[in-house]
Design a protein. Structure first.
Length: 756
C-alpha cells in the first residue's frame, strides 16, 4: 500500500485540478440589488426567493446588496453606493443583475452600465414599470401590480353593508403610485363611498381614524411608511398602534401586513417576486432571452387571516373558493390529515386485502365444496360400482386406499389395511406376482398405456379372491415412477363363472369324446353279438349241421341275443335313470335266494369265459332264508354288474360276494376280486357314465362304461352309497350299503346274533 501513495496523491491532485477548473468555468455571478434593507420582510423574503432559486449547487454565486433607501434616501447616498459597487465589482465579471423595487431598478438604469458593463438585468417589485422607457428586449422582469379592484370586491363581499371605505396611504413612491391607482380603480365602484387619509405620522393617522365610528366601515391600507426620527418606520410597526386605537376591519395587499393586523385581500409577497425574477435570470443565462416576455404577471392570491375575520364577525363563506386562509383552526381531521390519510390508506389497503382474501376464500371454499361434491360423487359412484380406489406414492412407499378397498378385502375401514407397498405385495397370490410385476414394468416403460392385471388377493378371512387392477402412472421424475392411481374391482364371481364355463366346456368336450368312444364301443358291442347271430344263422340256414351242432349254434345265437339285450337294457336303464323314470319296487323277498341266483349266473359266466376263477358267496346268517323288504330286481342288477366286472377284469383267482347287516336296517354288500385292480386316480371316474379306467378297453374286455354308472345311480336311488377300494394289480373291492326293512323272523334272528 505504501508504494502506491505517491501515485494516489498525483491522481487526487490531477482530479482536483480538473474538477476545480470545471466548476470555475461554470460559475455564474449574479448580483441582487435590493432597494431596501434586509430586516424589511418584503426584501428578506424576496432575497430568500432569489437565493433558493439560483442555488449554489447549480453553479450560481449570488452577491446580495441592500441600498436601504426605504429608510435612507438621498442622491449622495446613491452616489456613494455607485462608487462602492464600482470598486467592489471591478475584479468580477458579473453575468447578470437582479433589481428589486424601484430604487434599485432606477439605480441600475442610471449606473449599471458604468459599474458592470452591458449585462442582462431582471427587475421585480417595480410599481410603475410601464412608465419607464427601457429596452424591453434586453431587460425583463416581474410586474408588481396589486389587484385593487379584486380587493375592493372582497371587501364588499365580506361587508355588504359597508357605508364608507377609508383608504390609507403614505408619502413613499409606492404609496403615491398606489393611491393613484386606487383613485383610477374606485371610479368603477360608483356606489362605494370612500375617504382617503394620507398618513404622515402615527399620531396624525390615529387622530384622523378616531373620527370614524367603526360600524360598517373598512380600512384599506395601500402603503404605510411613516417618517420617524430621520428614517421611515416599517408598516408593520404601525400595526400595533393602529390596532389599539380602532376596531375597524383593515384590508391590504402585502403579506407582511399579516399578524394581528389586516384581514387580507389580493396578497403579493416578496418571495414570489424573488423566485420569479431568479427564474427569468436563469432562462436568460441559459440563452433563452428571446423567448422571455418583457413583463411576467404578478404572482398573487386571495389570502385571509381567519382570526381577523372572526374578530370582526365576517362570514368566510362569502369568499371565493380559491381563498387561502391563514390561522384557520384546523379540525381534528385536517390537523392529523397526513396521519389520517396514512391510516385511511392503510385501512383501505387492508379492506382491499380483506376483500381480496374474502373473495379468494369464497372461491377456495366453492372450489373445495365442488371438489368435495365431485369427490363424494366419485366415492358414491365407486361405492355403487363396488370399486375400490388406491393411490401409491413410490417415493415414500405409501399406499392410500379408500373405504371401498377395505370393504372389498373384507375389512371394516382403510386403517385396518395400513400396509406399506411391500406389505401389500404380501397379500398377492404368489402365482400372480410375476404377472402383475410384468404389467407394471410394461406400463412404467410406456409399452402399455395403462397398468392392468387380474390377481388373487388374500382377504381378511385368509381366502384368496380374484380382483382386477387398473391404474395409471400420473407422475414420473427422471423417468422413475413417483405416483400411480387406480382402481380395484372384485371379479371373483366373474372368474368363478369363467372357470365353471371352462369346466363345462371341457366337460362338454369330454362328454363328446366319451360319446364317440361310447359309440365306438357300442358298435363293437353290437357288432360282436350281431356277427355271431348272423354268422350262426347263416350256418344253420345254408350249412348241414347235426343236432348237437344245431343246438350249439342256436345257443350261441341266443347268447348273443341276450348280450345285445343286456346292452340295450343298460342304455335304457341309464337313460331312464337320467330322466328320473325309474321307480323302485320294494317287495319282500329272500336275500339268500337272490344271492344264489346271482351266484348261478356268475358261475355260468365264469364257465362261459372259461376262466379259472373260484366264486365264493359268503352269507352272514346260516339259516336258509333271509327275508327282507327292498327292490330285489335292482339289488340283483347292481350285484350282477359288480360280479360281471369282477369276472371280466380277473383273469384267474377268486371272486367273492358277501354281505353283512351292520345296523338293523342297513345292508352292506361287498364284491371283491383278485384281478388287475384300479389305480386310485381312476376310482372316481369309473362311476361316471361311459368312463373306463385307462387300460379298461385296451385289453379287449369290451363294455360300455355304463355298468358302474347305472349301479351308482341305483344305489343312490335306494338311499345308499357305493365305493371302491383298489390299486393296480391288487384286486378290487366294491362295497355298497342300502337301507332295508328286515322282516320280523329274520330280524329276530339278526337281533339274537347281534345281541340287540
Ligand atoms: P364296463 O365294464 O362296461 O366298461 P363299467 O361301468 O362297469 O363299464 O366299469 C367301468 C370301468 O371300471 C371298467 O371299464 C373298468 O375299467 C373298471 N372296472 C370295473 N370293475 C372293475 C374290477 N372289478 N376290476 C378292475 N377294473 C374294474
Amino acid at each position: 500500500m505504501k508504494n502506491f501513495r505517491p501515485f494516489i496523491t498525483i491522481i487526487i491532485l490531477v482530479s482536483t485540478f480538473l474538477f476545480t477548473g470545471e466548476i470555475k468555468s461554470e460559475i455564474k455571478d449574479v448580483v441582487l440589488i435590493n432597494s431596501y434593507h434586509p430586516t424589511f420582510m418584503w426584501t428578506r423574503e424576496l432575497t430568500e426567493g432569489v437565493v433558493n432559486t439560483l442555488s449554489e449547487s447549480e453553479g450560481y454565486r449570488i452577491s446580495i446588496e441592500y441600498m436601504d433607501t426605504k429608510r435612507f434616501y438621498n442622491e449622495a447616498h446613491l452616489e456613494a453606493v455607485k462608487e462602492y459597487f464600482k470598486i467592489k465589482y471591478s475584479p468580477l465579471n458579473v453575468d447578470g443583475i437582479i433589481c428589486s423595487d424601484n430604487h434599485a431598478f432606477e439605480f441600475f438604469l442610471k449606473y449599471g452600465n458604468e459599474i458592470w458593463g452591458d449585462k442582462p438585468m431582471v427587475f421585480c417589485g417595480v410599481n410603475n414599470i410601464r412608465d419607464f422607457a427601457i429596452d424591453s428586449s434586453k431587460y425583463k422582469g416581474i410586474a408588481e401590480d396589486i389587484d385593487i379592484a379584486g380587493t375592493l370586491e372582497i371587501i364588499m363581499s365580506l361587508q355588504p353593508n359597508l357605508e364608507e371605505l377609508i383608504v390609507v396611504s403614505d408619502s413613499s413612491l409606492t404609496g403615491l403610485l398606489f393611491m393613484d391607482q386606487f383613485k383610477r380603480t374606485i371610479t368603477k365602484f360608483p356606489d362605494l363611498k370612500y375617504s382617503a387619509i394620507h398618513a404622515v405620522s402615527a399620531t396624525q393617522l390615529g387622530h384622523e381614524l378616531s373620527n370614524y365610528a367603526p360600524k360598517n366601515r373598512a380600512i384599506y391600507i395601500l402603503s404605510l411608511y411613516i417618517p420617524r426620527e430621520g428614517a421611515t418606520r416599517d408598516m408593520i410597526e404601525e400595526a400595533a398602534f393602529l390596532q389599539s386605537c380602532l376596531d375597524i376591519p383593515i384590508y391590504g395587499n402585502w403579506n407582511f401586513l399579516f399578524g394581528d393586523f389586516i384581514i387580507g385581500g389580493y396578497i403579493i409577497n416578496g418571495r414570489d417576486q424573488g423566485v420569479g425574477a431568479a427564474g427569468i435570470m436563469r432562462s436568460i443565462l441559459n440563452g433563452q432571452l428571446e423567448d422571455i416576455p418583457f413583463l411576467a404577471p404578478t404572482p398573487q392570491q386571495i389570502i385571509i387571516d381567519y382570526n381577523q375575520l372572526k374578530r370582526h364577525n365576517l362570514d368566510a363563506s362569502k369568499l371565493p373558493e380559491s381563498t387561502l386562509f391563514i390561522n384557520k383552526p384546523i379540525g381534528y381531521f385536517e390537523k392529523n390529515k397526513s396521519e389520517i390519510s396514512i391510516i385511511g390508506s392503510v385501512l383501505a389497503f387492508l379492506m382491499l386485502v380483506i376483500l381480496v382474501l374474502t373473495r379468494i376464500i369464497a372461491l377456495k371454499n366453492k372450489a373445495e365444496s365442488n371438489l368435495k361434491k365431485s369427490e363424494s360423487r366419485l366415492e358414491l359412484a365407486l361405492e355403487g360400482a363396488n370399486i375400490g380406489l388406491w393411490d401409491v406414492d413410490f417415493r415414500f412407499n405409501d399406499v392410500y386406499t379408500n373405504n371401498g378397498i377395505a370393504e372389498l378385502l373384507g375389512y371394516k375401514k382403510p386403517a385396518d389395511l395400513n400396509y406399506s407397498l411391500k406389505e401389500w405385495q404380501s397379500i398377492f397370490h404368489p402365482q400372480d406376482i410375476n404377472q402383475i410385476e410384468e404389467a407394471f414394468v410394461m406400463h412404467a416403460q410406456d409399452i402399455s398405456p395403462a397398468f392392468n392385471g387380474e390377481v388373487r388377493l388374500k382377504t381378511s378371512s385368509g381366502d384368496y379372491k380374484w380382483f382386477a387392477l387398473h391404474g395409471r402412472l400420473t407422475h414420473k421424475e427422471n423417468n422413475k415412477p413417483v405416483r400411480m392411481v387406480g382402481i380395484l374391482m372384485n371379479i371373483h364371481f366373474q372368474k368363478e363363472f369363467e372357470e365353471q364355463l371352462q369346466l363345462a366346456k371341457e366337460k362338454a368336450e369330454e362328454s363328446d369324446r366319451l360319446k364317440s368312444a361310447f359309440l365306438a364301443n357300442m358298435s363293437h358291442e353290437i357288432r360282436t353279438p350281431m356277427n355271431a347271430i348272423l354268422g350262426f344263422s347263416d350256418i344253420l340256414l345254408y350249412d348241414q349241421a347235426n343236432r348237437e351242432e344245431f343246438l350249439n349254434y342256436l345257443g350261441m345265437i341266443r347268447k348273443s341275443g341276450e348280450s345285445l339285450l343286456n346292452l340295450i337294457n343298460d342304455i335304457i336303464d341309464i337313460s331312464k335313470i337320467e330322466s328320473g323314470q325309474i321307480k323302485l319296487k320294494p317287495e319282500t323277498f329272500d336275500l339268500h335266494n337272490l344271492l344264489d341266483n346271482v351266484a348261478l349266473v356268475a358261475q355260468t359266466l365264469i364257465k362261459s369265459k372259461k376262466k379259472d376263477i373260484t366264486l365264493v358267496i359268503k352269507k352272514e346268517l346260516s339259516q336258509k332264508e333271509l327275508i327282507i323288504n327292498a327292490d330285489p330286481f335292482r339289488v340283483e342288477q347292481v350285484l350282477y354288474n359288480l360280479l360281471n366286472n369282477a369276472i371280466k377284469f380277473t383273469a384267474s383267482g377268486i371272486v367273492e360276494l358277501s354281505y353283512e347287516i351292520q345296523q338293523p336296517d342297513m345292508l352292506t354288500f361287498r364284491v371283491s376280486d383278485s384281478g388287475r385292480g384300479i389305480a386310485p386316480n381312476d376310482h372316481a371316474i369309473i362311476f361316471e357314465r361311459f368312463r373306463q379306467a385307462p387300460n379298461g378297453s385296451n385289453d379287449n374286455s369290451g363294455g360300455t362304461g355304463l355298468g358302474l354308472a347305472i349301479s351308482k345311480s341305483l344305489v343312490h336311488l335306494m338311499g345308499g352309497k357305493i365305493y371302491v377300494e383298489s390299486d393296480i394289480d391288487q384286486g378290487a373291492t366294491f362295497t355298497f350299503h342300502i337301507p332295508f326293512k328286515p322282516e320280523t323272523a329274520s330280524l329276530k334272528t339278526f337281533a339274537q346274533k347281534h345281541n340287540l
